[in-house]
Design a protein around this ligand. Structure first.
Ligand code: MEV
Length: 440
């Protein structure tokens, strides 16, 4: 199947030629790849052009976690995820909190940043002297690029010089803050930064007479930062302790709240637990990001740096029990868009946003953070009560049955048999084997 030699000019080959170059059984593989392509040529062409060297489509389930009450508004949240229990967990939390005051959320700030990284070999004081004039030029020469964004209420918010020469010889940055309104803004930010790098070079060369510009001011690179600590949102739930009575049969609200808080605290003090705890938050966040055409890698990178901002990687949530109130809060930087990029290109991302009532980026920040909190609350709720495998493996049962190629009747019997039992692969396998032997 796998050919070992280098394939040159791969991207220029037709789809058929690409498949032939990759495999000895091209006809069989191509038929399989074709079976996952869309009948609608226009939509397939669109998907093909989103990325490079596209052979087929890779499907993931597009689902909905309904009934999220957030700041008194009701949302049915679209989620794209392969893990079978995530939507179930989000929905269960949404249902629970809709009877206890709903979720509360607020956007704290919306600043995104980027940097021009450069080496300055001259005196620092000279750079500082030139800064006001340079800034003027930076704003002037990006005016065209920022015009639309300014019309929408955004644009460049601030430019500052950062001296990092104590970390790396001669290293400085122009650190630029942006408001990109409803777009994630990556292309806008990168275009502005690249223009700024050009402007800097020209400024020092022509206006300030630096002869050997490459030597005196070496621009290394210009790029947005995926860390946006000032594009911050929080989502929380709170209720009287008694409202948690019998959240699991026989458990008092206080018992639950205290055990839950301890579990949450463990993720603040232990890095191994923190990683898993935060992974559970991103189960929800990434699923909404995918369903709305947002960049989940950027979102994850952002959240993990924020989680480590104290120098130690910690949980993104915090629980408290005081004055008879239980409160559980997630605070996270989320750089999202609801216009531009994939949000308006991908037909299902468009639908995902429609389902949410075409939210602004700020509204989507609150919805997405809430989905993260809901998934995490659901995970902790299970962990401190029934254990995770009970619910998780129940949801996973159909995957196991499909892997064992169970037919309709075998599935029916298995669902009935495991309705009140803990599911494991070996248990399911022996159950299916046993009914198959009986039938023989
Ligand atoms: C599984 O995808 C996520 C959990 O492990 C999260 C957690 O442990 O908090 C259940």
């Amino acid at each position: 199947m796998k050919r070992k030699s280098i394939i040159s000019g791969f991207s220029k080959l037709s789809r058929e030629e690409k498949v032939a170059a990759l495999t000895d059984s091209a006809d069989k593989i191509k038929a399989k790849l074709d079976s996952f392509r869309l009948q609608n040529k226009e939509q397939q062409d669109l998907l093909d052009e989103i990325s490079e060297n596209t052979l087929s489509n890779f499907y993931l389930p597009f689902g909905v976690a309904p009934n999220f009450l957030i700041n008194k508004s009701l949302y049915h949240i679209p989620m794209v995820i392969e893990e079978s229990s995530v939507i179930a967990a989000a929905s269960r939390s949404a249902k629970f909190w809709s009877n206890h005051g709903g979720f509360h959320a607020r956007v704290i700030s919306v600043v995104k940043s980027g940097q021009v990284h450069f080496l300055w070999k001259g005196e620092k004081v000279r750079l500082l002297d030139l800064l006001p004039e340079l800034k003027y030029e930076l704003y002037r020469t990006t005016k065209e690029l920022t015009r639309n964004m300014r019309q929408r209420g955004g644009g460049i918010q601030n430019i500052r010089l950062v001296d990092l020469s104590h970390e790396m010889e001669n290293y400085y940055q122009l650190h630029v803050d942006f408001d990109t309104v409803d777009s994630m803004g990556a292309n806008f930010i990168n275009s502005c930064l690249e223009q700024m790098a050009q402007t800097m070079k020209k400024f020092f060369k022509y206006y300030q007479g630096l002869k050997d510009i490459e030597r005196e001011c070496e621009i290394i690179m210009s790029i947005l930062s995926n860390y946006t600590p000032d594009c911050l949102v929080e989502s929380w739930v709170e209720c009287d302790i008694e409202e948690l009575d019998n959240i699991e049969p026989g458990m008092s609200g206080r018992e639950f709240a205290e055990k839950f808080s301890k579990a949450s605290k463990i993720a603040e003090v232990d890095v191994f637990r923190a990683a898993t705890h935060n992974k559970g938050i991103f189960n929800g966040i990434d699923a909404v990001a995918l369903a709305t055409g947002n960049d989940f890698r950027a979102i994850e990178a952002n959240g993990h740096v924020w989680a480590a901002k104290s120098g130690k990687y910690k949980s993104l949530t915090h629980a408290s029990v005081s004055n008879n109130r239980f409160k559980y809060k997630l605070t996270i930087p989320l750089s999202l868009g609801t216009v531009g990029g994939l949000t308006s290109l991908h037909p299902l991302a468009k639908f995902g946003l429609e389902l949410l009532g075409k939210p602004s980026a700020k509204e989507l920040m609150m919805i997405t953070a809430t989905a993260g909190l809901a998934n995490n609350f659901g995970a902790l709720r299970s962990l401190v009560t029934t254990g995770i495998q009970y619910g998780h493996m129940k949801m996973h049962l159909s995957n196991l049955l499909n892997a064992l190629k169970a037919d309709y009747e075998e599935k029916r019997q298995a669902l009935e048999y495991f309705a009140h039992k803990t599911v494991s692969y070996s248990e399911v396998e022996s159950f299916i084997k046993s009914i198959r032997t009986k039938l023989r």
